[in-house]
Each structure stands twice: as C-alpha cells, then as structure tokens.
Design a protein around this ligand. Structure first.
Ligand SMILES: Cc1cc2nc3c(=O)[nH]c(=O)nc-3n(C[C@H](O)[C@H](O)[C@H](O)COP(=O)(O)O)c2cc1C
Length: 177
C-alpha cells in the first residue's frame, strides 16, 4: 500500500546532483551561496541550468556580471556549505565568516573556492527564463579538478537539513566513449 506524497516533497525524490557553492564577484567583492537546483543540459560545451532565487543577493550579482563559478564541495565541508546557504552576502563576508579561501579564476572575475575538489568557471549564455523562473543557463568555460580526490564524497540535498553523501560507485556497460 502506498500513501499520498505531498507535492511539496516531490523535489526530494528527484534529487539533483551534488550541492554546489556558487561564487560571484562585483567590484572586487566576492560572494558565495549554496545551490542544489541545477541540471546538466549539454555534454560539450557543457551547459548547466540553475535556479537562483531573486530573493538572494547572488541573483543580482549573477544578473549584472553574467558570470560565476560552480564549486563542488565534499562532505568534510558540510558545515560551511549549510552556513553559506543560511546567510546572505548582503551583510556578511561569507568567505571570512566560513573560512573559505578565494582563488583567482582563469576566465571569470568570480573566485574559485580552494577547499572544493572541483570548480567550474561559467558564463551566463541565456537569460530568457530568468524573469519567469529564475532559471539561468550557464556555459562552463573552464573546469578544474583535484586529481588526488577522484572518488569525491559529494553532498546531495534531500530537503529539510537532510543530505545524502555519495558513496559506492558501480561500473556498468555504456555506449559512451
Ligand atoms: C542545501 C541548500 C541548497 C540550496 N539551494 C538553493 C538553490 O538551488 N537556489 C537558490 O536560489 N537558493 C538555494 N539555497 C538558498 C541560498 O543558498 C540562500 O538563500 C543563501 O543565503 C543565498 O545567499 P546570498 O543572499 O548571499 O546570495 C540553498 C540553501 C541550502 C542550505
């Protein structure tokens, strides 16, 4: 027997990819926010769609600068990830508050977060769905990875303070090269 699942919980089933830290920068002042609503849209060049609420300080920064970095943290950074998702850069320097280290990026003004195992430098390429859905389409211009951390224990948001930590991997037949 199954029971009704409130529609408000559907997103918890279709759990998206790893929680990321989205960094932006304007006038030399960087900001970082936690983001879990993102989706891959194309293999190469990689396109990523993401929802950045217009209530967030990052929304205005992303809209104005048209660039950002998606930084992928691992479970050891969980407290900082949650902190960046519960504080606004309007009043707080989150890099300082959560002891995150900004590193210069190659293609964008937004910084890489040094502690994250991978960093994707992105440019906004399509804003047609921003007004209606806060949905930005990003193109990844440059990607960085820490080669010593191939099996990264990424965090996956399941709502209301619950996170799944990536674990076991399986190798199955694939047509992909
Ligand atoms: C685990 C987690 C995931 C989140 N995912 C998103 C998201 O996908 N989109 C969004 O707009 N806000 C998301 N948030 C909320 C923002 O991170 C939060 O509002 C943050 O304070 C915004 O910071 P800012 O005002 O400095 O931009 C998430 C928060 C948490 C804790």
């Amino acid at each position: 027997m199954k029971r009704n699942l409130p529609l408000s919980r559907v997103y918890r089933l279709l759990e998206p990819g790893p929680v990321v830290l989205l960094t932006t920068s304007r006038n030399g002042r960087p900001n970082v926010m936690t983001l879990s609503w993102h989706t891959m849209m194309e293999f190469e060049p990689p396109l990523v769609g993401c929802i950045v609420s217009n209530r967030n300080y990052s929304f205005g920064l992303l809209k104005a600068t048209q660039e950002c970095v998606l930084n992928i943290p691992t479970a050891d950074l969980a407290a900082k990830v949650v902190g960046c998702g519960n504080t606004s850069g309007r009043r707080t320097d989150k890099f300082k508050a959560f002891r995150l280290t900004p590193l210069p990026a190659a293609c964008v003004a937004a910084p890489l977060v040094a502690q994250c195992y991978a960093n994707l430098e992105c440019r906004v390429i399509d804003t047609r769905l921003v007004a209606k859905y806060n949905f930005f389409i990003l193109q990844v211009l440059k990607a960085w990875i820490d080669p010593s951390r191939q099996r990264a224990q990424t965090l996956h948001h399941q709502g209301r303070g619950n996170f799944m930590v990536a674990g076991r991997t399986m190798r199955l037949p694939s047509r992909a090269k």
